[in-house]
Design a protein around this ligand. Structure first.
Ligand code: UT7
Length: 324
């Protein structure tokens, strides 16, 4: 049976660090409030990098780690809700930046913080069908562009970043074991950002705000419940118990959500990877950025079972289980 094996990971964050102390000078907030309510201490923000720059740099690092040439990539799927342009897809810009061959397929997926797992699910299905041999799956977001930097309720939460994996079709037991993707559009207004296109001369309504809006409390409650259910779905599909999970890599939105999920699943702290203290919530970038760090710091070994779980605007949620 063909499986999509992760043969290389990469990530990229912009150089500029914005600390909680920096934010104290911008809005009425405090390091204590931010770190105790969210676990975040600093985040990265783009100065010169764009969404496509971050995606290409993460993808280059993943290709290098995999020892795979861009010429061998058949498919690029990018999860993002802050694309470089309305069109073409950020994936096409990455294709051009990396020199991926003409004729490969490249497209974006809009699933907010679940964007990477949605992209992984799609690429996994193409690989299992035999149509694609090697794929690049990227999660990237540049929320600094859609944040109201005067709104303390949201500006302290997010950061910019990207992560990528190279998938290769291989026979055997290693690779993606399962992916589950879900959404519930009736809760779209919990977390959203409207398009910031200018008004046409034919419209008579007010120009929409381009900034991200979030109902933090409600999103928090749904996130705790939904992430736990999503992990349970991955565990039941693969006959896993908490003991069989080597590492859980959750979406990095809030340490309190992650800890509540950890406790519900009865996982020990060492089995849950977090890096939101340094990057905040990077939306679709969050899971692949954490995965790349875990790989590069030796936290993942051959044969380990890794579970990913996400939750975000849509509302969307997703899980995946991978044998390393
Ligand atoms: O990635 C997609 C999914 N997103 C999420 O999962 C985010 C989920 N939500 C959360 O993480 C949390 O709800 C937040 C971190 C956004 C907020 O934490 P909270 O414990 O739910 O705080 P709150 O919204 O209930 O606000 C408590 C107080 C309020 O003041 P009053 O009304 O009690 O006087 C806020 O005005 O904290 C105030 N507040 C702040 N104070 C200092 C809100 N933001 C700030 C701030 N600094 N940055």
């Amino acid at each position: 049976m063909l499986r999509a094996r992760i043969v290389g990971t990469g990530s990229y964050v912009p150089e500029k660090v914005l600390t909680n102390q920096d934010l104290e000078a911008m809005v009425e907030t405090s390091d204590t409030w931010i770190s105790t309510r969210t676990g975040i201490r600093e985040r990265r923000v783009c100065v010169t990098d764009t969404t496509a720059d971050m995606a290409s740099k993460a993808a280059k690092n993943a290709l290098k780690a995999a020892g795979v040439s861009p010429k061998d990539i058949d498919l690029i799927v990018v999860g993002t809700v802050t694309p470089e342009m309305a069109f073409p897809a950020t994936a096409c810009l990455v294709q051009s930046d990396l020199g991926v061959r003409s004729g490969a397929a490249a497209f974006d997926v809009s699933a907010a913080c679940s964007g990477f797992l949605y992209a992984l699910d799609i690429a996994n299905k193409y690989i299992k069908s035999g149509e694609v041999k090697k794929a690049l799956v990227i999660g990237v977001d540049r929320f600094s562009k859609i944040i109201d930097w005067k709104d303390r309720a949201t500006c302290v939460l997010f950061g910019d970043g990207a992560g990528a994996v190279v998938l290769s079709a291989e026979k055997g037991s290693k690779g993606v074991l399962s992916c589950h993707i879900h959404s519930d559009g009736k809760h779209w207004d919990m977390l959203y950002a409207q398009n910031s296109c200018p008004q046409t001369p034919f419209e008579d309504k007010e120009q929409a705000s381009p900034f991200l809006k979030m109902n933090g409390n409600e999103t928090f409650k749904i996130a705790v419940r939904t992430m736990g259910n999503a992990i349970t779905e991955a565990m039941e599909t693969n006959g896993l118990t908490a003991d069989n999970i080597s590492l859980l890599i959750p979406h990095q939105a809030n340490l309190r959500i992650i800890n509540a999920t950890r406790d519900r699943l009865k996982l020990t702290d060492d089995k849950v990877y977090t890096n939101l203290d340094r990057y905040g919530n990077t939306s679709a970038g969050s899971i692949p950025l954490a995965l790349d760090e875990a790989v590069r710091t030796g936290k993942i070994k051959d044969g380990d079972v890794i579970v990913f779980v996400s939750f975000g605007g849509g509302l969307t949620w997703a899980s995946a289980a991978v044998k390393w």
